[in-house]
Ligand binder design. Sequence first.
Ligand code: TRP
Length: 347
Amino acid sequence: MNMHQKKRILTGMRPTGKLHLGHYVGALENWIKLQDNYDCYFLISDYQALGDYSEDVSKIRNSVIEVALDWLSVGLDPKSTTFVIQSYIPEYAELSMLLSMITPKSMIDRNPTLKSEMERQKNVSLGFYNYPLSQVADILLSKADLVPVGEDQLPHIELTREIARKFNRIYKDIFPMPEALVGRVPRLVGIDGRAKMSKSLGNCIYLSDSEKTVKQKVNKMYTDPTRAKATDPGHVEGNVVFTYLDAFYSDKKELENLKKKYTQGKVGDVEIKNILSDLLNDLLKPIRERRKFYLDNPEKVRDALVEGTLRAKKVAQETILEVRKAMNITGYEDINNIRIMNTLDNK
Ligand code: TRP
């Protein structure tokens, strides 16, 4: 049982660049809502990112700060949440190693996320191969009750439960069974309409984009290719602008109206694009202001990272000690153990 009052949350992001609207609707927006009611640990998983960028580590280094800045800018509050730099807490690696001893290789091979990624990159490193398990260790080290993740990460949570169950059965009942919390919009399409907003596809709107850039990007979005002029009846299905409006327009009734007008040829592409870029810029305005504040006060970014990591370190050390005791790998320095050995030898 966890001793803390509020339920604990752990989730994370790999620091591989600045964050975009896909991160916002798929994760951050949800995290902001959770931060007041849960004891939140937000992990910047730079160890895990090494699995992707082992030969370009500088990219990870810069991104750790960038991610922290993005998190602060969207309104995650370091007073009520805990930001954690993974690599400053080697206990994550230690737990991952210990858990690997009770994890059948076949259990990792079965993991669908890993499977599909291994198909893309044929010769993955052992470190990369181990990443589902390292994520299990991330979750269990903080004894998280809930894990907000994207839909694609659900198999990792199932794996976590399986391994936690096995540990609890073999050694000692230490770990709570974590549950997944899936965000509102699991995956946001790119501005080009491709399945996913992703830096490598170059189809992102970043949280740090200026008002002008957002406008330009929205203007470039695909709408309805069958429509030649604004008075033609338009299609909403598969129309990127409407996909975004679905994700960001809070007044659903008004949006239904707009869709109706569009399908009747009563509203043009320029107009719906203007509506969307205004909407996005309204959303991003306070984010830009907070970013400016933190860029002017960099010590606040550092404090968030350092204080959070220290807090998490304490929890990590407690859990690791519990784990080592449960597995009976402590106490070699205890003089009594040496005496017992001596009497055994003389028998
Ligand atoms: N894999 C996540 C990402 O792709 C980051 C992450 C690391 C994570 N450890 C985690 C997510 C534990 C949830 C739980 O960015």
